[in-house]
Design a protein around this ligand. Structure first.
Ligand code: GLO
Ligand code: MG
Length: 348
């Protein structure tokens, strides 16, 4: 029995309500404090909050363990008061001076020590606010010039870090969010295949999973629904960042379905078929407000992406699977495609 569409739980992170800055120009909207953002989640139809460590504890690098714990406890209370669930906490290892050349794979031992220290703090924060997972988006774990780092050593260092996390905390899950490029030219963990290889090589693979972002798969030239299916076949889809991407250019974080509705449909179909969400997994939306949008705060990209997701759930549930089987049996994929496109268009 399929669950009602309303049973899907949605999440996003405070960075998804942004001021519109891009590499070519400054903010176009006034800053909107995080505290006020959290009050928007429920009214917008979202229950889960995704955090960077310093979204929970601003100025984390300059605070004592006690100060970090006090702030984290405040956020926990805020979440409880608002009826929100902390989905994950991610160490922001791409902002500080010490992470210019990466964190775990930096050539500098001091900088690698900083990355580990930040990761320990992230795990402590996750525990303090009641989140069962940390996300590793390995943003700068790659290179701009191939010769700059020893890639084999870099992969060994990433695996060693995963094992250290599993050792440091016996319960926490690690969800790796692969991305093939940006900000680096080439990243060391570009796909879910790389992610799962690391998981199985780790000391406890049951706690190492993937978070698949649609746009990241597309930037690797891969189909997000196939990437999701691969993780689901291994029971290793910790979460998703649904969004969209129009070809091979900068990471766009477009609205879900905004560039290619059929690619969106297939992601929803794969998630539905695997009963994703039935164990509390969230539908995360990592979508960015376009710079041109007026207002403050700007949230239409979030509610629109959520709405399109739910419409595609209906499309997935009304997709005639026995007809699909007939087309498969007859190996008539032309007919299958026409049926699929007409179904998406609402044509009988
Ligand atoms: C950037 C990533 C980023 C992460 C977030 C959580 O391309 O998608 O938004 O999802 O920092 O780790
Ligand atoms: Mg993401």
């Amino acid at each position: 029995m399929n669950k009602p569409t309303s049973e899907y739980r949605f999440s996003f992170g405070p960075w998804n309500i942004s001021e519109g800055a891009d590499p070519f120009g400054p903010e176009v909207r006034p800053a909107f404090p995080h505290e006020e953002k959290y009050a928007l989640f429920r009214p917008l139809g979202f229950e889960g909050v995704q955090f960077h460590d310093d979204d929970v504890v601003p100025g984390i690098d300059d605070l004592s363990p006690d100060q970090i714990s006090t702030k984290a406890n405040e956020v926990k209370t805020m979440l409880q008061n608002q009826g929100l669930t902390p989905e994950f906490v991610a160490p922001r290892l791409w902002f500080a001076d010490q992470t210019v050349d990466g964190g775990y794979t930096s050539n500098s031992a001091t900088d690698r020590a900083y990355a580990w220290d930040r990761t320990e703090k992230t795990i402590d924060i996750a525990n303090a606010i009641g989140s069962k997972a940390i996300v590793l988006w390995l943003s700068r774990e790659g290179s701009y010039m191939r010769e700059a780092k020893n890639a084999k050593l870099a992969y060994e260092r990433i695996l060693a870090t995963i094992n250290s996390i599993l050792e440091y905390d016996k319960n926490i899950e690690i969800w790796i969010e692969p991305k093939p490029n940006e900000p680096t030219d080439q990243a060391y963990v570009p796909t879910i295949g790389h992610t799962l290889a690391l998981a199985y090589a780790s000391s406890d693979h049951t706690r190492v999973k993937g978070l698949i972002e649609s746009a990241h798969a597309l930037l690797a030239g891969l189909d997000p629904s196939d990437e999701m299916a691969f993780a689901l076949a291994h029971d290793k889809l910790g979460s998703v960042h649904l969004n969209d991407q129009n070809g091979l250019k900068y990471d766009q974080d477009k609205n879900f379905g905004g560039a290619n509705l059929r690619v969106g449909f297939n992601q929803v179909r794969v998630l539905e078929e695997a009963n994703y969400g039935s164990r509390g997994e969230f539908i995360g939306l990592d979508v960015k407000a376009v710079r041109t949008q007026r207002g403050c705060p700007v949230t239409a990209h979030l509610t629109n992406s959520r709405e399109i997701f739910l419409h595609l759930v209906e499309k997935s549930r009304t997709y005639d699977n026995s007809l699909v089987e007939q087309f498969r049996d007859a190996r008539d994929y032309e007919a299958l495609e026409l049926y699929t496109l007409k179904h998406l268009l609402g044509i009988k």
